[in-house]
Design a protein around this ligand. Structure first.
Ligand SMILES: [Zn+2]
Length: 311
C-alpha cells in the first residue's frame, strides 16, 4: 500500500523579552509539539534559530515563521526599535533564519502574529480582525483583508498611543505625548485612577484585586472598570471608523476576569456600548467584539500560520 505524505507542519518561533517559544503547528492551528526557553539563555538571533533547528530534529517542516516584538521593517525584515532584546536590532532576521534553518522563512511583528492566529482559528478568510491586548501597555495586532498589517513604518495598530483625552487635563504618556489610551487603560493607569477614586495605598492595589473586589460588589472598583471600558471602547471606535474590521478581540492580563466572570463579561458589554456610542451604525453595529481565545500561545501559532499562508 502506498504511504501518503504526512500532513505538513509549520514551525512558529515567538521571541519575547522573557522567553522564546517554539511550536510545531499543523495546518489546522493545532500545536503538535512545543518548547519554551529563557531568552537570557539563548540571547542572539543565531542561537535562537540554531536552538529551533535542534528542536525540530528530523521532522519534516514546510516553512518557519518568526514573531518579534518592537518596530519591524517589513521590507528588510529588520528590527528598527526594540526593548529587552539585546543583539537583535539591525540584524537581517529573515535572511539569518533562512540561512540557519534552510527553510522558507518569514518574520512578523508579534502582535500581528497573535492577531493572525486568532484570524486563522476562526477561518475568517478575507475579513479583517484586530486583537487588542490589555496589560502593562495596550497593544494591538491587525489582520487587514486576510493579511497581517504592519504599516509602512511598522507601527500600524499602535492603539495604546491613540489620544482619547484632548482636554487641558490630559495626562502625559510615557511616549512624550498626552492623553493616550495606555496612560488611562494600561495597568498603571487603572491603578492610578483607583488610587484617586478610593484614596487607598498604592502598594495594595493590583488590577487583579480590582477585578476580584468588583466581582464581590465593590462599587468603586466597578466604576474604575466601567471607566476603563469607556476609554478602550473610544479607541476601538476610532480604529473601527478607519479600518472597519469584522472582528475585534480583547486579550491580555487586564480583561478583569474575561469570559470567566460577571465583571469581565460586563467589561466587554460596556466596551461594546462605548464603541456603538462613538461610531456609525454600520461600523459599531456590525463589529463583533469578543474575548480572544489563544492566550500566550497566539504569537507562536500565528507565526507558523503566517509561514503556512504567505510563503
Ligand atoms: Zn503615548
Amino acid at each position: 500500500m502506498p504511504v501518503s505524505d504526512p500532513a505538513p507542519l509549520y514551525l512558529g518561533i515567538d521571541v519575547g523579552g522573557t522567553d522564546v517559544k517554539l511550536g510545531l503547528v499543523d495546518g489546522e492551528c493545532r500545536i503538535v509539539d512545543s518548547d519554551r526557553t529563557a531568552t537570557s539563555t539563548l540571547k542572539t538571533p543565531q542561537n535562537v534559530f540554531q536552538h529551533a533547528v535542534e528542536f525540530v530534529g528530523n521532522r519534516p517542516i514546510a516553512a518557519v515563521g518568526l514573531a518579534v516584538p518592537g518596530v519591524l521593517d517589513t521590507r528588510a525584515y529588520v528590527l528598527r526599535e526594540v526593548v529587552n532584546l539585546e543583539g537583535w536590532l539591525g540584524v537581517p532576521l529573515r535572511d539569518e533564519l533562512a540561512r540557519i534553518t534552510r527553510l522558507p522563512s518569514i518574520v512578523v511583528n508579534d502582535a500581528n502574529a497573535a492577531a493572525y492566529a486568532e484570524h486563522a482559528l476562526r477561518s475568517l478568510g478575507g475579513q479583517s480582525l484586530a486583537l487588542v491586548t490589555l496589560g502593562t501597555g495596550v497593544g494591538c495586532g491587525m489582520v487587514v483583508g486576510g493579511d497581517p498589517h504592519g504599516g509602512d513604518h511598522g507601527c500600524a495598530g499602535e492603539l495604546g498611543h491613540i489620544a482619547i483625552d484632548f482636554s487641558a487635563e490630559a495626562l502625559p504618556c510615557t511616549c512624550g505625548s498626552r492623553g493616550h489610551l495606555e496612560t488611562y487603560a494600561g495597568a498603571s493607569g487603572v491603578i492610578a485612577r483607583m488610587i484617586a477614586a478610593s484614596g487607598e495605598d498604592a502598594g495594595a492595589i493590583t488590577p487583579l484585586k480590582i477585578a476580584s473586589r468588583a466581582e464581590r460588589g465593590d462599587v468603586i472598583c466597578q466604576n474604575v472598570i466601567s471607566e476603563t471600558a469607556v476609554y478602550v471602547g473610544r479607541a476601538i471606535g476610532m480604529m473601527g471608523q478607519v479600518a472597519d474590521p469584522a472582528v475585534v478581540l480583547l486579550g491580555g492580563a487586564m480583561t478583569f476576569g474575561g469570559s470567566e466572570t460577571k465583571t469581565g463579561l460586563q467589561f466587554l458589554e460596556q466596551i461594546r456600548h462605548s464603541v456603538k456610542e462613538t461610531t456609525l451604525v454600520q461600523v459599531g453595529g456590525n463589529m463583533k467584539i469578543e474575548f480572544a481565545t489563544l492566550g500566550n500561545q497566539a504569537g507562536m501559532i500565528g507565526a507558523a500560520m503566517v509561514a503556512r499562508d504567505l510563503l
